[in-house]
Every structure is written in C-alpha cells, then in structure tokens.
Design a protein around this ligand. Structure first.
Ligand code: C2E
Ligand code: CA
Ligand code: CA
Length: 504
C-alpha cells in the first residue's frame, strides 16, 4: 500500500522533480564553467603582477649594486650616490644602510647618519610592507632589503608602485601581492571580507594570488553566463512540459484501456509453436486490441501503460476468460502435452489474481497433460523480493513452466537463472533475423549455443523463411515459432485450423 502511494506520488511529481534536477545540475555546470574561466583569469592576472613586480625589484637591485656597494661604509658618499639613484627612479623614496642583524638603520637618504630602530617582527623578510614608516611617520611604505657587503641595504619604495603594477581591477576578483601578513592590491591592504583565496606564484621577495567571494562569482555568472543559464532554464521548462505531456498521454491511454476493457475490445490471439520436426506442440497467447475507431492497436503501444497503471492484471484475466471459454468447450481437445504460453509482466507477480487465473488455466490443461508456460521478458528485471519469486516458485511446484522471453537482448537472464529454475529460453527474433543465406551467423550461433549449454528447452521466435527453419533445425533448436508457420490468429481460427473438430 505504502509503495503504491509512493509510486503515485513520484509519478505525479516526476515532471517537477526532473525539471528541478535539470535546473540544478545545469546551473551547477554553468557555475563550474564560469568558475573555471574565473580561475584562469585570476591566474593570468596574478602572473602578470608577479612578473611586473619581480622585474621592477630586479631592476632596483641591478641599478643599485654597482654604485652603492663601494660606499657601504662611507655614509656621506652613500647618501650622495643613493640620492642620485632615487632621483632617477620615481618609486624609490629612500635608500638606507643598516646593521647586519637588521635591527637598526645607520645611514639613510632621509635621516642621514642618525641611527633608527627597525620594527623587529618583519625584519626577516626581504620585501615588506610597513603601514607606518619608521623614517616618515604616518606614511605607508614598501621596503626592499638586500644584504650588501656585510650590511643590509634598504630601499623605501613608494606604495604607488603597486598602482603601476596591478592591471585594471576586475569586479569579480581581487589580485594581490602577499608581503608577510599583508595582502596588498592597487588600493592598499585588502579588506577582511571573507574570500576564497588561491596563491599562484611565489619567489624570494613575495607571493601573488587572487581571491573571489561567492557573491562575486554569482555576479560573474549572472553577467557573463546569463545566456547559458537561460538555456538551462529553457531546457528545464522543456523537460517539464515533455514529461507533463507524456504523463497526460499515458493517463489518457489508461483511461482508454479502461473503456476498452469495459467494452470488450481486447481479444486473445494465439500463435502456434512447432517442434523441430514440424509437429504442433504449443501456442503463444498474444493480446489484440481492436478499437472501433482506431482499428488494431499493437501491444507495444499499450502494455507499458497497462503495467504502470496495474491494468495488466485485468488484461491477463480477460485473456484467461477467453481461453477458458473457447478451449474448455466440450469436444475440443488440445494435443497431449500442449505448451500454452502466456506473457507475464513483473508487476503481475505481486497480485494474487495471477495465481487464481493460472490455476484455472492449469485445470483446463490437466486432462491432456498440457503445460502452462509463463513467459517473462528479459528486458525488464523482476524485483529481487521473496513475494515475486514466491509466486513463480509456487506455480512451478504446481506444474507451470517458466520461459525467458527475448533471450539474449537483455542482461537479466543470468540473474533470473541464479534466483529460480528456468525451463525454457525463447531466442529473440532479432537473432533469428540474422540467419540469411550468405550472411555471418556467429552471433546467433553463440546465443543458441549458450542456451543449449544452459541445459534448457530452446524456442526460436520470429522464424520467417525456409532457410531460417532449416538452419535452426540443423542447430538443434527444440521448438520454432514464426510467420513461416503461422501468424497469431483468433482463438476460434486456431481451434478450426489446428484442433480436431468435435463430431457433428
Ligand atoms: P513477444 O512476447 O516477444 O511476442 C512475439 C511477438 O513477435 C508478437 O508480437 C508476435 O506477433 C511477433 N511475431 C511472431 N512471429 C513473428 C514473425 O515471424 N515475424 C514478425 N515480424 N513478428 C513475429 P506482438 O503480438 O505485437 O507482441 C509484441 C510484444 O508485446 C510481445 O513480444 C510481448 O512482449 C508483448 N505482449 C503481447 N501480448 C501480451 C500480453 O498478453 N501480456 C504481456 N504482458 N505482454 C504481451
Ligand atoms: Ca512472448
Ligand atoms: Ca520477442
């Protein structure tokens, strides 16, 4: 009961669930695509900053080394050479020389030979940011430190250098340079807003990276990928409409099946089955829907809907009633050991009416030792629960036989074989179709060989030509069925053409 209402609920909301799934999966895909492009953009921007800043610092070192190295111990000469250098480079604010331990400045273009203490914690870095310069209070400065002739050389660099280094700011990501505990961009120190950070490159002086926030990523998606996202929305709407239409069509079809049942539009047909030697040994019952307006509606067009709606049980009962009404008449005798095959679907196994119907057929077949064969299609797997297999095993113990229909087309036959004892394999028509003069037959040979090696009775369906019949006979297939012998026919025709007629 619970599973039926769950199934109904799922069926009802399937279009919505499917559309939401498409929408979510599609949006995620668009976000991932946008994020990949954003990361690529971030990496490129960070690498540009890296290369520009690194080459700028390298150029400072290259310019300074020859003129300052000689005068490290001579403060006035040092200041003179350093000021000359600073004059040629707009970003150099000061040049100073300090002790080897990095704690004190001894000589500087700003403070002259007056000793100045340096902040202790960052003094191990080669390139650092001081929000408060020790030489010019209340101004931020970048310091480049260079060991030189047993001393430390310090370049005080204008923070504006960063303006020249950073490319134009993109709205959706922040590129930055990391110096110690500071992350700097063109505007100064990056604020504390929570971000997702990626470090891209590092060297002896600094590292570079970029960061974005979730909201900036969403903005980016909204502006740059709006068209893609709209496409996803359209797809989700299409899926929704398609499923709604499909379900409505199925609901209409179920309504029509209900009407057809009430008006007696369903008929049992039977297709004779022959032994290898050509003797009638059985028949497969096939349903026919003859609609007063639409004419013949093939089973493939309605069996699935009937299975979903549970109407398949009623259809089966209709066939059973017609079989009983025709074959149970006095004077009508089926050949001894006749195999009466009926197709059954997995949902029928859970319904007790199947047992009642099968018992009635078995009782009808008993006087002539006839056998009821239940054909289970290989294309749909039977749920692995005790109730389903319990019904089949009970029927088997009472004398019914189980056949695997469409053998070779699905993947479930071997699973069935492990769960219950199968008696018969029906080799699918698609394999029989491969048998033709001059064509390769390895596939069909293999299927027949496998069926035989499994030790079961084999039936070939869809035999249409004398060549196929001869070939299958040669291959040792036990029974044959197909248009070559006979098409499915109304029960009355079958009785008239194939069964001994009652006297008089
Ligand atoms: P199936 O069980 O494999 O039935 C064999 C199908 O092949 C039948 O089609 C039959 O008419 C057709 N056939 C037999 N010999 C030949 C031949 O030589 N050439 C060609 N071209 N076709 C041949 P049908 O009656 O249209 O049934 C199609 C399927 O519908 C069946 O396949 C079966 O899966 C399902 N079906 C039919 N009746 C019932 C039923 O009462 N209950 C259930 N659950 N399924 C049924
Ligand atoms: Ca069948
Ligand atoms: Ca088949």
């Amino acid at each position: 009961m619970k599973t039926t209402s769950l199934r109904r609920w799922l069926q009802r909301y399937t279009p919505l669930i499917a559309a939401l799934t498409v929408l979510l999966a599609g949006s995620l895909l668009v976000c991932l695509m946008a994020r990949a492009v954003l990361l690529q953009e971030g990496r490129a921007s960070a690498m540009l900053v890296h290369d520009r800043l690194k080459s700028t610092l390298d150029s400072f070192v290259l310019q300074a080394t020859p003129s300052l190295q000689r005068v490290v111990l001579n403060c006035p000469a040092f200041i003179y050479n350093a000021r000359l250098l600073a004059l040629h480079n707009p970003y150099i604010r000061s040049i100073s020389i300090g002790d080897a331990d990095g704690r004190t400045i001894r000589c500087s273009t700003i403070s002259g030979s007056q000793p100045q203490p340096l902040p202790p914690r960052q003094s191990t870095l080669r390139f650092l940011y001081l929000p408060n310069s020790p030489l010019v209070p209340n101004t931020a400065v970048l310091i480049l430190r260079l060991p030189m002739a047993g001393k430390q050389l310090y370049f005080g660099i204008n923070r504006l250098l960063l303006n020249a280094i950073f490319p134009a700011r993109a709205n959706h990501l922040e590129t930055y340079v990391t110096l110690g505990r500071y992350r700097l961009n063109a505007a100064g120190v990056l604020d504390d807003q929570p971000r997702i950070h990626h470090t891209v490159a590092a060297n002896a002086y600094f590292s570079v990276g970029f960061a974005y926030t979730w909201s900036s990523l969403l903005h980016y998606v909204a502006y740059q990928y709006l068209a893609y996202w709209l496409l996803v929305v359209v797809l989700a709407v299409l899926v929704f409409q398609l499923l709604v239409r499909m379900l409505a069509r199925e609901a209409r079809l179920c309504g029509k099946i209900g009407q057809g049942l009430a008006r007696g539009q369903f008929h049992a047909f039977i297709q004779p089955v022959f032994t290898r030697q050509g003797v009638l040994c059985g028949g497969e019952v096939l349903i026919r829907w003859i609609h007063p307006k639409e004419g013949f509606i093939p089973p493939d067009a309605f069996i699935k809907a009937a299975e979903h709606s549970g109407q398949i049980n009623k259809l089966f009962s209709v066939l059973v009633q017609q079989l009983l009404a025709t074959l149970n008449q006095p004077g009508i005798r089926l050949p001894v050991g006749f195999h009466l095959g009926l197709n059954i679907s997995a949902p029928q196994l859970a319904q007790p009416v199947l047992l009642t119907d099968c018992h009635a057929l078995m009782a009808m077949l008993a006087p002539q030792q006839g056998v009821l064969v239940l054909e289970l299609t290989e294309r749909v797997e039977i749920p692995d629960n005790a109730a389903c297999y319990g019904v089949l095993n009970q029927l088997k113990s009472e004398g019914a036989r189980i056949a695997i229909d469409d053998f070779g087309t699905g993947h479930s036959s071997l699973i069935y074989l492990t769960r219950m004892q199968v008696d018969c394999l029906k080799i699918d028509k698609s394999f029989v179709d491969l048998i033709a003069e001059g064509s390769r037959t390895d596939i069909v040979d293999n299927v027949i060989d496998l069926a035989r090696r499994l030790g079961m009775v084999t039936v070939a369906e869809g035999v249409e030509t004398a060549y196929q019949q001869a070939y299958l006979q040669e291959m040792g297939v036990d029974m044959l069925q197909g248009y070559y012998f006979a098409r499915p026919m109304p029960l009355a025709d079958f009785v008239r053409c194939y069964l001994p007629q009652p006297p008089g």
